[in-house]
Write a protein that binds this ligand. Sequence first.
Ligand code: PAF
Length: 288
Amino acid sequence: MRTLARAASMQSQALSWRRSGHKIALVPTMGSLHAGHASLITRARKAVGPKGQVVVSIFINPTQFSPTEDLASYPRSERSDITLCKRRGANALFLPRLDEIYPDTNNVPFSTYVTEERLSQSMEGQSRPIHFRGVATVVSILLNIVQPTHAVFGEKDFQQATIVRKLIRDLKFPTRLVVSPTIREPDGLAMSSRNTYLTRRQRPHANILWRCINTARKAVRSRTTALTAPMLKRKLTRMIESTPEAELDYIEFFNPNTLIPLRRIQRSDRIALAVRFGKTRLIDNGKL
Ligand code: PAF
């Protein structure tokens, strides 16, 4: 596995792979890799085949964190990340420094941003107003550097994946989006780098998000409960309120293509929610 730190060397390596007919799959990450990321690397290999090139990028992207969020304390584990990428058979690791992604040019700071204006309005976009501008910007930069035929994103960040799909279409990147299923702990908690922040007291309760998804799913499938979003939200809010240390940020029922919040719910819709445990904010989502 090659490790590249410079944007220019990564891009010229990628262009040379593309000229010689290789497919390239990009797995963009912020490091602190776990079994969920490992499954994205495996999915990337499946997408491009044994002769394709799988590139994992690790970059903690400051523009997607607001000043009150956890940028400074975001977990870092570079050594074990490198081992995981090697073991999973990645061909290259792109590990840029901050000024490789956001350089000054002729003494003018980085000043070009990408904004998706519709799908980023709800849910995470409402709770974290600058988040998706940062994601769309860094993903566009990474797509230009790595020139991937495929980009692999986790379904755990469903809104992010939907926004990236739109970005790829709107800006005509020649890249296919691959969305890979959420990997869960045995008790249902979705794998996330932020799970490491949970205290020993909080951890047993952290699968409340998964329990809410299942309760909503059962209600929709059995049709025993009247299926309006406000009613179901009230039921799930009570479940969260009775969970020690849990504090609800949002619950939303939405159409998976438009991400527009719904009142009447159908089986083809999705639920997403965000719950805080102290300083730790967890998100999850699922099909109904
Ligand atoms: O999902 C993430 O880890 C990040 O949002 C991403 C896509 C790597 C962009 O920084």
